[in-house]
Design a protein around this ligand. Structure first.
Ligand code: 3EB
Length: 434
């Protein structure tokens, strides 16, 4: 059994976290029945034991409401104190910057260059306002600098090797500005992503997770909708790709094997795409696409939702040794294939989290051949919540805090692909297999 610690104020030192931990560990309430991979977390950071790759996830929004520059500097200062609190050097490899005003991007890049110099992380800028009202928010993945080998491949790709595995992230991929139609934007973006993956020695066969941020996602285009056109292009492009590198999978429910994904709105009229790929020679690694027993697989949705169905899995589970990483796709208040709880933010939030619980539950993972694996809401290293309207923030956060406990969580404002959906939630859970 391992002690598990949560709750510490931002800026607490590693020492004080450890001390708190030691003190809390003596109280039975903080001793859990099973070992964890998320060793330590609070509302801003999670310390995660990936296989031989100690990692830190952080989500930071400023408290102050000064100028953009002041808010961005506060965020970077908080990040520095979180990193400095680790007793080993950590390297930030990946970050997502949520921007209220896309025009602040250049200023943000200057601040980041000043902060990180030549070791600048791969950064993607999303025109999605932080729901808390700030100008900027930051989501970060840092790795133990001595355990990981980090390689940059141009502006859009990074490779991170450690523990017998290699991650490739491609972020901030955008189609040529001349492309206006969602079909063309998606095709062009996917081709650029393929090029970027290839530069990093990877390809779609190894992609486990995708993000599609589409401007005007619910808007009409021709006699259809932009999101449906994204789906048509994705279906065409994915034709013939053997995801999971052609490895046989035991997926007890369905034959479809697609990456976990998020398809969500953003400001503007373009498309921003990111993906994560994973490579390993380890014999003890298993990759399984997950479906949700409560939800129709998206790729089986009735054509009335989208003539070409959305090609994604509800989640992807990667087991390496005794560590289980579960990417939970963007999840909403959909049961079977119907939206539930119209016009009720709180019920939609609860339903969404219920759906996530059913996805990662022991019974469902067992049905996918992953016995005795299990993940719970407390295993999330990082959560992202998309809200259709900023006024939903307080009520949604109250529910997320209660159900996930203290967890680094980014809240941003974005349209969701069905107009009646008010909230969508995704995340990464990291747990241990007994
Ligand atoms: C849904 O369940 C909500 O098109 O890649 C969630 C996650 C959604 C991913 C995608 C869409 C996508 O259908 C929408």
């Amino acid at each position: 059994m391992q002690p598990r610690v949560s709750i510490s104020p931002t800026g607490a030192t590693e020492q004080s976290l450890q001390t708190t931990g030691d003190r809390l560990a003596k109280s039975p309430a903080n001793v859990f029945e099973r070992p964890h991979s998320v060793l330590l977390k609070d509302a801003n950071r999670a310390v995660v034991a990936l296989p031989e790759l100690p990692s830190l996830c952080a989500v930071i929004a400023p408290r102050s409401r000064g100028s953009f520059r002041e808010q961005a500097q506060e965020v970077l200062d908080s990040l520095q104190s979180i990193l400095a609190a680790r007793n080993r050097p950590m390297r930030v490899v990946l970050q997502t910057v949520f921007l209220r005003n896309p025009k602040d991007r250049a200023e943000c890049q200057r601040l980041l260059t000043a902060q990180f110099g030549s070791e600048a992380p791969l950064s993607s800028y999303l025109p999605q306002p932080p729901a808390c009202g700030a100008e900027v928010a930051l989501e970060v993945w840092a790795v133990d600098a001595e355990s990981a080998r980090v390689e940059r491949f141009g502006a859009h790709a990074v490779g991170i090797s450690g523990g017998g595995g290699r991650w490739v992230y491609c972020t901030g991929i955008m189609p040529a500005p001349s492309r206006r139609r969602a079909y063309d934007q998606t095709m062009d973006g996917l081709r650029r992503m393929q090029t970027s993956l290839a530069q990093a020695g990877s390809g779609f066969a190894n992609v486990v997770r995708t993000w599609f941020y589409l401007g005007g996602i619910t808007e009409p285009e021709g006699n259809t909708e932009r999101y449906k056109e994204l789906n048509r292009a994705r279906a065409d492009f994915y034709q013939g790709i053997a995801f999971a590198n052609g490895r046989p999978q035991r997926n007890g429910l369905h034959n479809g094997v697609y990456p976990a994904s998020t398809g969500i709105g953003m400001a503007g009229s373009s498309l921003v795409m990111s993906c994560a790929a994973f490579h390993t020679e380890r014999r003890d690694a298993r990759l399984v696409a997950l479906e949700n027993p409560r939800q129709t697989p998206a790729y089986c949705y009735h054509p009335r939702y989208s003539p070409k169905s959305p090609k994604f899995s509800r989640g992807v589970a990667l087991q390496v040794g005794d560590c289980l990483i579960t990417w939970v796709s963007g999840t909403a208040s959909i049961v079977d294939s119907e939206t539930h709880h119209l016009d009720d933010l709180q019920r939609q939030t609860e339903q969404t989290i219920d759906n996530i619980q059913h996805l990662i539950a022991r019974e469902n993972l067992a049905a996918h051949g992953l016995e005795p694996a299990c993940a719970t809401l407390e295993d999330f290293a990082m959560v992202r919540v998309y809200l259709k309207h900023p006024s939903y923030f307080g009520r949604c956060k109250t529910i997320c805090d209660r159900r996930f406990g203290p967890t680094p969580t980014a809240y941003s404002v974005a349209d969701i692909c069905r107009t009646e959906l008010l909230v969508e939630i995704e995340g990464i859970a990291v747990s241990r297999v007994l």
